[in-house]
Design a protein around this ligand. Structure first.
Ligand SMILES: [Zn+2]
Length: 463
């Protein structure tokens, strides 16, 4: 459609466009020929997260990047061609590739020292975020590509990148991965985050504040501006709209975002932590509420009735974020004491949130919300460690797995493509040595990763 639009409006040389299209076709053909078109994977067990059923032993036949058949090995083998490439994973457990419903591949914030954090409105996040915006976009893009690859190597085959990637960082990274230029997960890109003025960066030089803000955000200031922001992101071909709700955002403004986004067939993910923002998101008809830490039982009921998703982000659960910080900065005795006194009740609140969410019947998924530099861990290792926090918060292991596979696929609107191992879906598979339903930390030790039928890593092969 975009191409047609260009031809009509810009009077471009039609024959040149046509020859470009032929060139692209030739490249696609080459890529298809260079990889083995059919692969058979055998494993001791295969978990269907939706039902919890385990197929044992299991085989998956993959053709041209998609799953063709799933079943017991003797049966699947009869339908495999003679030259099929077989990958035997021994007694491993196969699962669908993991989906991180909420991440930030273009931020790798180094925790500042306490004195620095205290002089900013949003402390630990502010200086790093500002630096990410004002430094070279090229530097940032290369970092994003690096972190994306690390996510994939840990078994995260799809991510939803919800803001903080400059103007077009995540849409371009998505397209570069799609084109096979670099290796990384499937990306649903939100482009710039829609915010009210002052949500993220304060104390900027007024003379250049708008120029800085516009590198990272689109400002909502009234319903018309809200619609315009959605259209600006749509111009960059985003997959989803991300909005941050705070007490300054009104229901008519957010409702305009939702209406315009839905017209463009885009879902709207709304960052909302406190009760007022959560109610704004519910009343405006958001598709998912991100974080949702202070959601009430009545609000969970409203969300369930409207079919809205709650996307849990257990990133600061039980001192998780604090453990990262402790490796980078000296924490004062006063800060340690303050944390020690508040930690038990914070943990209890999150445990209760998880319990209330499960009891309410609301649809839920999970995201790592990783945007932090974690010394000694890759981004993928940090993200899978964050997922595992949900188990510690009392969520049964199978529900944790659902939150980052089948449930997340539905939240993204991609349930026909990813989130389970069944015919017709993309061949995005991972395998772990043990049983993740018994020990969820197996997800931190993913040993086999396949995306789109291509083996990204297979540590079983070297054992
Ligand atoms: Zn976030």
């Amino acid at each position: 459609m975009i191409l047609v639009h260009l031809i009509r409006n810009e009077h471009m040389n039609v024959s040149r466009i046509f020859s470009c299209a032929v060139g692209m076709f030739a490249v696609t053909q080459l890529a298809a020929q260079s990889s083995s078109p059919t692969t058979l994977i055998k494993a001791g067990r295969l978990l269907d997260p939706r039902s919890g059923n385990v197929l044992s032993p299991a085989a998956v036949l993959i053709e041209n990047g998609k799953i063709k058949e799933v079943g017991p090995p003797p049966k699947v083998l009869t339908h495999a061609p003679g030259d099929v490439k077989t990958i035997d994973l021994g007694s491993a457990t196969l699962l669908p590739g993991l989906i991180d419903g909420h991440t930030h591949l273009f931020l790798d914030i180094v925790r500042p020292p306490e004195a620095e954090a205290q002089r900013h409105e949003n402390g630990i996040f502010a200086p790093g975020n500002l630096l990410a915006i004002v430094e070279s976009p090229t530097k940032r893009a290369l970092m994003g590509a690096h972190l994306a690859r690390q996510d994939l190597e840990s078994g995260i085959t799809t991510v939803r990148n919800l803001g903080h990637s400059g103007i077009d960082g995540d849409t371009e990274l998505r397209d570069a991965i799609k084109a096979g230029r670099i290796s990384g997960p499937r990306i649903l890109a939100s482009g710039r985050k829609l915010i009210t003025r002052g949500s993220y960066l304060q104390n900027l030089n007024p003379a250049i504040a708008d120029a800085i803000l516009e590198q990272e955000f689109l400002l909502i200031d009234g319903p018309d501006r809200a619609r315009q922001a959605v259209r600006q992101n749509a111009f960059h071909n985003v997959d989803v709209i991300k909005v941050t709700a705070d007490e300054n955002l009104t229901v008519p403004e957010l409702a305009s975002v939702v209406e315009e986004a839905h017209r463009e067939r885009l879902k709207v993910a709304v960052h909302a932590v406190d009760k007022i923002s959560i109610q704004t998101a519910i009343d405006a008809g958001a598709d998912s509420i991100e974080h949702g830490n202070e959601v009430t039982d009545e609000q969970l009921k409203q969300m369930r009735d409207k079919g809205m998703f709650l996307d849990l982000t257990p990133t600061s659960y039980d001192g998780f974020l604090r453990k990262i910080a402790e490796q980078m900065v000296v924490i004062s005795a006063a800060s340690r004491a303050a944390y020690a006194s508040s930690a038990p009740s914070l943990k209890q609140q999150y445990d209760q949130l998880v319990e209330r969410v499960l009891k309410s019947g609301v649809k839920f998924a999970a995201g790592s919300d990783m945007c932090w530099f974690y010394p000694g861990k890759t981004r993928g290792e940090a993200s899978t460690a964050a997922f595992v926090n949900l188990r510690a918060a009392g969520m049964p292991a199978l529900d944790v797995i659902r939150a980052i596979t089948s449930n997340a696929a539905e939240m993204l609107g991609w349930q026909d493509r990813i989130g389970s191992i069944e015919p017709g879906k993309f061949a995005d598979l991972i395998a772990v040595a043990g049983d993740p339903v018994i020990d969820i930390t197996e997800l931190q030790r993913v040993e086999f990763v396949m995306k789109n039928g291509d083996v990204i890593k297979n540590d079983f092969a070297s054992k």
